[in-house]
Design a protein around this ligand. Structure first.
Ligand SMILES: [Zn+2]
Ligand SMILES: [Zn+2]
Length: 373
């Protein structure tokens, strides 16, 4: 019987262990994918640091990772095409949505699969139960019938496409939900992967002014190359009130139409809320840590007709928009440059390096695990 390797996570502070699991033929409706590359996403780091219940140790051994892509090795009975009806065969490269909705709740009934409570919980599943390969840091992945697969165009590399099903899809959906319109002004808090993608997408959606805030000058340089019109370096302007004043001056005293939070820290919210103009929207995408709180005066929202929008996951159509975007832009935008690749055995070091970069902006800008050459 064929076996495959995967990095098994148990709890924060304990190194992931490489284990072998049997690779079974896909059941009816399932697809077996040989993964090629999986990025370390910010939410993987949240779990790895112990900032979520699973990260603190739930007793479940699991395979982290969901920003991934791979090649079909076997199609289960009944699977002959991708989510767009294009025929599929062994050897085709695909990306896929990484969640499974329940199909039996109000959100699913109204077609909002990303709002289903099961969808968010389904991202991390037990590795000890067959078919085992349900996470991105393994050599294989069983794509369920509920996960939507889309073929990857031949001219786009695995490395360029690996960020499509999480980071890129997430910001596209967030900006659509926040109703970013042509000519509007945007502030982006944080120039990590999400912030850089958000900059590029906001640019294409016609934002007139895009102000990106971060504490790492190298990231702000990248933000400019992705389409930022102004950048604010927190190291140079440590006072939040002065930063808000900068935003006001860049927006002719009005404030931003849309502020996007992609730093994952609640303390960024009071500052960002004050950067909104009247009628502005505040989109929070990064605050996924439970019980990390912020304190704010709600009359700022009510009196100025301002609103806060929280978004998690995305409906499957967004995956198509994201792939089309990469197919158009991968040669022009620096975010699709080759990441630093680690072998599966080096995954613990890759997480240490990714964590260091997330905290200090030093070292490896983008860490990915190479699962096949
Ligand atoms: Zn992710
Ligand atoms: Zn549901």
């Amino acid at each position: 019987m064929t076996t495959g390797r995967a990095a098994v996570f148990c709890k924060a502070g304990e190194p992931m262990v490489i284990r072998e699991f049997p690779v079974q033929d896909p059941d009816e409706g399932y697809t077996l994918v040989r993964l090629s590359v999986t990025n370390i996403c910010g939410s993987d780091l949240h779990v790895w640091r112990g900032e979520t219940p699973i990260g603190r140790g739930s007793g479940m051994e699991c395979i982290l990772g969901h920003e991934t892509t791979g090649t079909i090795t076997a199609l289960g009975k009944g699977v002959s095409s991708d989510a767009l009806g294009r025929s599929l065969k062994e050897g085709d490269r695909v990306v896929f949505t990484y969640y499974n909705s329940c199909g039996r709740c109000l959100a699913c009934l109204r077609g909002d699969e990303n709002q289903c409570g099961v969808s968010l919980m389904s991202v991390i599943r037990p590795a000890t139960i067959a078919p085992h390969f349900t996470g991105g840091f393994g050599e294989y992945y069983y794509v369920s019938p509920k996960q939507r697969m889309i073929k990857v165009p031949d001219h786009v590399s695995n490395e360029a496409v690996a960020g499509v099903n999480c980071a890129l899809s997430q910001v596209i959906y967030g900006l659509l939900q926040a109703k970013l319109s042509f000519g509007e002004t945007v502030v982006i808090q944080g120039a990590g992967g999400l912030g850089l993608y958000a900059t590029a997408v906001a640019r294409q959606m016609g934002a007139s002014c895009i102000i990106v805030i971060d504490a790492v000058s190298e990231r702000l340089d990248l933000a400019r190359r992705m389409g930022a019109t102004e950048v604010i370096d927190i190291k140079e302007i440590p006072d939040p009130k002065t930063r808000t004043g900068k935003v006001m001056s860049y927006t002719e005293g009005w404030g931003a139409d849309l502020v996007v939070e992609v730093v994952g820290r609640p303390e960024a919210m009071p500052e960002g809320i004050r950067m909104m103009g009247r009628g502005g929207r505040y989109l929070t995408l990064g605050n996924i840590t439970p019980k990390a709180c912020y304190k704010e005066d709600p009359s700022i929202l009510v009196g100025g007709n301002r609103s806060i929008i929280g978004v998690s996951l995305y409906p499957p159509i967004i995956l198509k928009y994201a792939i089309d975007f990469v197919a158009r832009e991968h040669e022009r935008l620096p975010l699709f440059d080759i990441p630093t690749l680690y072998d599966l055995e080096e995954i613990n070091q890759a997480f240490v390096d990714a964590d260091q970069f997330a905290k200090s902006g030093k070292g490896v800008t983008r860490a990915s695990i190479r699962l096949a050459s």
